[in-house]
Write a protein that binds this ligand. Structure first.
Ligand code: GDP
Length: 297
């Protein structure tokens, strides 16, 4: 597996002379290791580069505390900065769902875990927050995706909008909102169609849906095991659609979760939840401290 950053840095600093403050050279040498660690954790290259630069400015000239080694000190500076970047403004896990029915748009690439996350979120809102939730699949291209959501709905005891063949995504979204109003639902979760890659037709469709239903939240679902891809997806979706938050999936895997840092750095939008498994209760509130530790190894 990966070498722990603290071990890596203590090795570097053993070779350096002990001084009273972190010199520019000390910091540079250490940050080379930090950069490698970030890249190994799947942080995208431009994000890793910017991050290291910010840390370099903070660390140079800092007095070395007696009780810790210079290596430990750099690790602490890096950890604090990571936490700082990962932390959003708002409360993680909190959604703007007052004023019912609140539409929440779920967007992302196919296979990112969008439908599974829609189910998980519906379950969480129902069980933890006592909300009445309606789910609807807008994936007119893949009937299997619509069926998948209906099956999930039955499993977790959450209503799904009845499937009507031949409707456009916008028509389904509008019908879902109307149905939610009439039926006294608090939240309507709209699971949009994904593609394997960013696709302009698909983007336009999501934009049209957004304009038609005016979502309170637009959550981008991204595979936490991807680094550079996550960044491209986030830039594209945020630029075109405007996202309000991110859900990182597959954080139960072996990956180090560097995509979290890339997402925050590129979009500036909060990471709200983390998917930690295939089961319907495997959705956790995002914790910056834990992810920072994991990225550093
Ligand atoms: P979609 O195409 O984006 O709607 O993706 P799906 O929701 O169908 O998920 C694709 C696959 O990823 C399914 O097999 C899910 O069970 C799995 N999956 C989704 N979220 C997670 C997660 O957080 N962890 C793990 N291990 N698997 C997940």
């Amino acid at each position: 597996m990966f070498e722990n950053l603290s071990d890596r840095l203590s090795g570097v600093f053993d070779r350096l002379t002990k001084q009273g403050a972190l010199s520019e050279d000390d910091v540079k040498t250490a940050l080379r290791e930090v950069r490698v660690a970030l890249l190994e954790a799947d942080v995208s290259l431009p994000v890793a580069r910017d991050f290291v630069k910010a840390v370099q400015e903070k660390a140079t000239g800092q007095a070395v505390t007696k009780s810790v080694t210079p290596g430990q000190q750099v690790v602490k500076i890096v950890h604090d900065e990571l936490k700082h970047v990962l932390e959003g403004d708002g409360e993680p896990g909190a959604l703007k769902i007052d004023n019912p029915p609140a539409p929440i748009l779920m967007v992302g690439l196919q296979g990112s875990g969008k439908t599974t996350t829609t189910g998980k979120l519906a379950k969480r809102l129902t069980e933890k927050e006592g909300k009445r939730v309606l789910m609807a699949s807008l994936d007119i291209y893949r009937p299997a995706a619509m069926d998948q959501l209906a099956v999930l709905g039955m499993q977790i005891g959450v209503d799904t909008l009845p499937i009507v063949k031949g409707e456009s995504a916008v028509q389904i979204a509008k019908r879902a909102k109307t149905q939610a109003s009439l039926g006294g639902y608090d939240v309507v979760l709209l699971d949009t169609a994904g593609r394997l890659q960013i696709d302009q037709t698909l983007m336009q469709e999501v934009e049209d849906v957004r304009d038609a239903v005016q979502p309170r939240e637009t959550l981008l679902v991204v595979d936490g095991l991807t680094g550079q891809v996550a960044v491209e997806v986030a830039e594209e979706f945020d630029g075109k659609i405007g996202i309000s938050g991110v859900v990182l999936t597959r954080m139960d895997g072996d990956g180090r979760g560097g995509a979290a840092l890339s997402m925050r750095a590129v979009t500036g939008k909060p990471i709200k939840f983390v998917g930690a498994g295939e089961k319907m209760d495997a959705l956790e509130t995002f914790e910056p401290d834990r992810i920072a530790g994991r990225i550093l190894g």
